[in-house]
Design a protein around this ligand. Sequence first.
Ligand SMILES: Cc1ncc(C[n+]2csc(CCOP(=O)(O)OP(=O)(O)O)c2C)c(N)n1
Length: 626
Amino acid sequence: MILLSGNEAIAQGSWEAGAHIGTGYPGTPSTEAMECFAAKHDVYAQWCPNEKVALEVALGASAAGARVLVTMKHVGVNVAADPLFTAAYTGVGGGMLIMAADDPGMHSSQNEQDSRFYACSARLPMFEPADSQEALDFTRAAFGLSERFDLPFMIRSTVRVSHTLTLVRTGEREPVAIRDYTTDPAKWVMMPAYAKPRRTDLDRRVALLSEWVEECPFNRVEPPVTGERTAKAGCHDPLEAYGGSVPVAMTDAPGNAAGALTREKHAVGIICSGAVYQHVREAIPEATIFKLGVVWPLPQEALKGFAASVGRLFVVDEASDYLSSQVGALGIELERTPFPLTSSGELTPRLIAQAFGKASAPHRDAPISLPGRPPALCPGCPHRLVFKELARMKAIVCGDIGCYTLGALPPLSAMDTCVDMGASISMAHGFGLASSLRKVAPNRPVVAVIGDSTFAHSGISSLMNTIYNQGNGIVAILDNRTTAMTGRQGNPFNGQTLQGRETRELDFTALLLALGVQDVRVVDPHDSIAVRTALKDAALFDGLSVLLFRAPCVLLERKREEPFVVKDDCRACGACTTLGCPALSRAEDSGKAVIDASLCIGCSQCGQYCAFSSIVRSPTNGKGLV
Ligand SMILES: Cc1ncc(C[n+]2csc(CCOP(=O)(O)OP(=O)(O)O)c2C)c(N)n1
């Protein structure tokens, strides 16, 4: 057995199931799943510019007979939603698994939407594992089931499952041949004449799925944990761990003879799934648990049987009412917890115990007195001076999603909006429209700020719209040659594929000119005067200007030069610390600038903002640091 994260387990399970191809777009907490899959032998994997493209490439490969894994974070499912819904109609050729990684608690996301609603509304079967072994087992099963039911399968992970290491028993790769393709427009051409029969056929496939889910081994009922059994709760095999946990099919759901669990009326029953199951098991060991591994479709009859077998029935759900609304819709009566369970954010055993009126959980959560570590742009980050200058010119900044979103935080505080990937350019256009309708020339320039990966993801279509509709203003593209925020993945602008092949690098300037931008300037973002001048000139330009701020992310090259030092004549004005560099602070007593030499990479940004030339490169031996 080995330790794997949920993401690694999904990669491993896909590989074991003989998946041939992987496609995706990075996004926390999903990213490592595709990176790990790409590192396996006998597979092909690619990053796509966005999730919609990733799903469409996957659908094409599946139609042509390959088994395909597609990965994205929850908000990526919104981007992929168009092909997602119709993929339920077409079905698959080779088996297809779509991983949606949710982020309850919003550790690194702009919302905490629940992807299970997508599965329900697109009518696609969805697994939800509670640990890495389940992530592997469910994944491994999904590809064959996808072929059997002619439907893409989905697997929902949450940050706790994706990023927690648990023990896993791995297996061998199943040799799976790529299926033959034969032209079948009635299945693959979704125009109304063909889509209508496929819509009816979807009902047929879902009906079969609903029968299967009543009997499948992925849902189980677990009796209360007591004494000795509790000690074994870390064990994966439920029967071994709980000395009597049974797959749903063996309980006395109607039509099932076993009847073991309903003979005595258990006091408390809880329905739950995923990581929440682990918390419930820990917080309420005395409960009988209906642990769902398939969260759509629900095993309706088995759930009704379970409801009849317990005295009091609860659903514990995280940041969503997905399960309670779905179970409630079956006519099953649910009780509310005695004390309210938080409706947003991640659950913990302590929160669950409190909701059930229990004083404390077996474990205490991490102490809350940890020192705060607000996120900040790295020392030497090429995004920093652009925000410093935007703040100086009091621009209205429509921001976007990437490392540069940190430009919204103090001390830079230079962002007015940030909603979703690609929104910067379209929202800036909207700002421009509103001010032109008010017939007031804006006294603050409107600037859209977007990174290279985000521009490729969805910024290009926004820019096309601005140009088509004769918008003006400034678009600042922060081209740091990578998708930095999610761990430096390749993108169409940096010439590297996921599996390390060199590829044609999209020519930014040529693309912008081809789109019809008349004023394109390439600017060095480490040069404060160049940044200031470019922004000023663009603000005066009568039309749309695109400024391409181009310098590699510091984590790509990891160059370090001699650090800067503060001379004794520092006037303690604090101007340098308004850059928000983690290497810079002020001495508590004198207020003078202090540079942490272990963090400073010698980028010179702070030196450029010292009006008294008190910040200079260290006059050491000129040999540079290690
Ligand atoms: C629809 C969607 N997909 C994926 C993500 C995850 N994500 C956040 S920012 C980002 C890209 C950042 O790259 P870039 O725009 O180049 O900016 P950088 O971080 O390099 O500064 C990604 C993939 C997301 N937030 N939304």
